[in-house]
Design a protein around this ligand. Structure first.
Ligand code: GTP
Length: 358
């Protein structure tokens, strides 16, 4: 039996305003809350018990888990206040039943990946590592902390984001999934904020622990930003990213009760949520339309997220934007390049253009 801890307590600030009402791992992606893709992948890799480490909006997880059967035991641990990634692992560990030498998987709650989970655990056991870290190679590592390894795969350092070309000593970054020896988790200080990346891992290296890296070049995406969120959803719908929880792959996914006019054009891995409607002549390309949203005739939506119950007026152009739940965008507005509209906001019928780099 393998146990896992899934960290889902972050505030998801980069995905605001979507995360004002819903914590990031509970946002729907390809028809189900994102966390379901992770839980079912872990289940299919042989994990039999998973502890959800919650903090921000913990009640949303509880309500969902209480009403679901995902074919795996799910236990919810709720921190009295956010304890950071390391503190959350330590807190969740109170619910583990594994013995001190047994492996415990830990997943960041916003990573979509094709990782060979069983292979990672097997490697951890074979090398008798204290911690084994899933590493992914990225083309441009400037936005990430780097994790160099030696010839035997032993992690040699945890480096901050590189600022000069000389500091790019590897393209491998921490991909947000680990196997810990249970006893190593028990050594993380309890009851205070701890960052596993900035505190626990560097301390383990300094203390001579065996920290091993496994580079897996398969699919990997951190769904932390709106653009990445849309990309992950598209990849799941199109079948480029693996998940047992995607009901059907194809050019788009229309959920129960969605209404799409025969003259609308929905494609590029888009999702049309439950009871959402797309009127005639509208184009929805590579976008996520949440439940109950209304897209009026001739609107053009691309690479965007349209919140629950939001209304997009006729002939509006929404490209690379996030529209909050219940917002109303009048006809002919143009919102592009990072524009974000707060939940419930109303933009009248006009021809305004708004774009933002934020
Ligand atoms: P941003 O605020 O947009 O950076 O997103 P985030 O809050 O998710 O933070 P980040 O991406 O750095 O977090 C990595 C993972 O750890 C995510 O799955 C978070 O849900 C989770 N996490 C971060 N902080 C905490 C915490 O204090 N408690 C718990 N339980 N999980 C956390």
């Amino acid at each position: 039996m393998t146990e896992a801890i899934l960290l889902v307590g972050g505030q998801g600030t980069r995905l605001r305003p979507l995360t004002i009402n819903t914590p990031k791992p509970m946002l729907p992606v390809a028809g189900v809350p994102f966390t379901v893709h992770q839980i079912t992948r872990a289940r299919d890799a042989g994990v039999t018990r998973i502890i959800l480490g919650t903090s921000y909006k913990a009640e949303v997880f509880k309500e969902f888990i209480d009403a679901s059967d995902l074919g795996i035991e799910v236990v919810i641990a709720t921190e009295p206040e956010a304890l950071g990634t390391g503190g959350a692992i330590r807190f969740a560990a109170e619910h583990l039943t594994s013995g001190s030498d047994e492996p415990v998987l830990v997943f960041n709650g916003d990573v979509l990946s094709g990782l060979d989970i069983e292979g990672l655990v097997a490697h951890h056991q074979r090398t008798n590592s204290d911690v084994t870290i899933y590493l992914t190679p990225v083309e441009d590592p400037r936005a990430f902390g780097l994790v160099p390894t030696d010839q035997e795969g032993r992690v040699t350092a945890f480096l901050e984001k590189p600022t000069t070309p000389e500091e790019i000593v590897t393209n491998n970054i921490n991909a947000g999934c680990y196997v810990f020896k249970r006893s190593v988790i028990d050594q993380i200080p309890a009851g205070r904020v701890v960052s596993v990346e900035r505190e626990t891992f560097p301390q383990l290296l300094a203390g001579g622990a065996l920290v091993t890296g496994v580079v897996d070049p398969g699919y990997w995406l951190d769904l932390g930003t709106p653009l990445a969120f849309v990309q992950g959803s598209k990849d799941l719908v199109l079948g480029h990213a693996p998940s047992p929880a995607v009901p059907k792959t194809g050019d788009f996914l229309a959920l129960e009760g969605a209404r799409i006019d025969a003259s609308a054009n929905v494609h590029g891995g888009s999702v049309v949520g439950r009871h959402a409607s797309i009127a005639g002549g509208a184009v929805v390309n590579g976008s996520v339309v949440f439940d109950n949203a209304v897209i009026h005739e001739g609107a053009r939506i691309s690479n965007s997220i349209i919140g629950d119950g939001a209304v997009i007026g006729a002939h509006a152009i929404i490209d690379g934007a996030v529209i909050g739940d219940g917002a109303v965008i009048g006809a002919h507005n143009e919102l592009t390049d990072g524009a974000r509209v707060w939940p419930g906001a109303q933009l009248g019928d006009t021809a305004i253009r708004f774009s933002s780099d934020r």
